[in-house]
Design a protein around this ligand. Structure first.
Ligand code: DGY
Length: 322
């Protein structure tokens, strides 16, 4: 008998076909929380994106042995609870880097040149003067970019920023990356990076250390022409402090692909601000990349659960793979 796999996301036929060679599939791309409690009962494997895997879910999942996340971030894994229950977790690193970098540039350009604000002004009939000086924005090219959290996405962003926009790039990360020195991509202490950068891009994973890392004091260190972009997780930033910094023109503009609560509440005060751009957590959400991520997540399940390999098991749970 094949092991039972519960799939909680819509996936392409070829990915489903591959999985059905190895698993007995239950396909539920849409479900309520109550339904999930039942569906999970006899699943041995789970393919999902962002479902919270905590004690609550685990207590209804006595047979669960592996969760394959269709994302690189795995802050939805309570790794302590998973460790205790012996549940392995996998994720999909690297494959999404280029798409996340594409959107990051989109938001940098959009915020600096005020694309979304001015698009809405034009559509509301507010373009009444030719060459209106009030529509000026700021340049991106040749500016200083500071990246917080220098993993593979950060490195790709840095390289494209240098090559494509002639930017001067520095980064802050727990560990310095000597391989970047020769490319003149420079590690800086956080305070210095915040004070000097024209664009600040958050790419750090959400951990206990990075929770609300960018707070009021940090915004006060930034230039009042700074543009702040959050591509990591909402809770790395104190949203109230971001609101105040934008409202009081302590920084020039911000854009965020991620929010503390997702979907974001439409009453979130940030959404009232012209100098704030929101996107609905779509960093990796091109059709091509999301399909590739689902395919990789399926391959991870087969490699790890069926073949006993370590492919893309998250570091905290590696020891569970025999
Ligand atoms: C990721 O892969 O972590 C993206 O943010 C989508 O969740």
């Amino acid at each position: 008998m094949k092991p039972k796999l519960l799939i909680l996301r819509e996936i392409e036929h070829h990915t489903k076909d591959l999985l059905s060679e190895h698993f007995d599939i239950e396909y539920h791309p849409s479900y309520s929380l109550e339904e999930l409690q039942n569906l999970i009962q006899d699943a041995e494997a789970l393919l999902t994106m962002g479902t919270l895997i905590d004690e609550n879910l685990i207590k209804n999942a006595p047979n669960l042995k592996i969760v394959s996340n269709i994302s690189v971030g795995y802050d939805n894994f309570d790794t302590h609870a998973m460790k205790k229950a012996g549940i392995i977790g996998t994720h999909t690193p690297y494959i999404l880097n280029d798409s996340v970098v594409d959107l990051t540039f989109g938001l940098m350009i959009g915020a600096a040149r005020r694309i979304s604000e001015l698009n809405s002004a034009v559509k509301r009939g507010l373009w009444t003067v030719k060459n209106d000086i009030n529509f000026y924005g700021l340049d991106i090219h040749h500016k200083k970019l500071g990246i917080i959290g220098m993993g593979r996405i950060g490195e790709d962003l840095a390289k494209r920023a240098k090559l494509g926009f002639f930017m001067d790039v520095s980064y802050h990360n727990r560990h310095k990356k000597p391989n970047l020195d020769e490319e003149n991509i420079i590690w800086k202490p956080l305070d210095q990076l915040l004070q000097e950068s024209d664009f600040i891009v958050m790419l750090t994973p959400l951990t206990e250390e990075t929770k609300y890392m960018i707070d009021e004091a940090k915004f006060k260190q930034m230039k009042n022409t700074a543009i702040f972009i959050n591509m990591s997780r909402g809770a790395t930033v104190d949203e109230k402090a971001l609101y105040n910094a934008l409202k009081n023109n302590e920084i020039y503009a911000a854009a965020s692909d991620v929010f503390v609560k997702e979907p974001v509440n439409k009453d979130n005060p940030l959404l009232q601000l012209d100098n704030f751009t929101a996107t609905p957590h779509i960093g990796s959400a091109s059709k091509e990349t999301r399909n590739d991520m689902a395919q990789l997540a399926a391959e991870n399940l087969i490699e790890v659960f069926i073949k006993g390999n370590h492919q893309n098991v998250v570091p905290e749970l590696q020891f569970l793979v025999k």
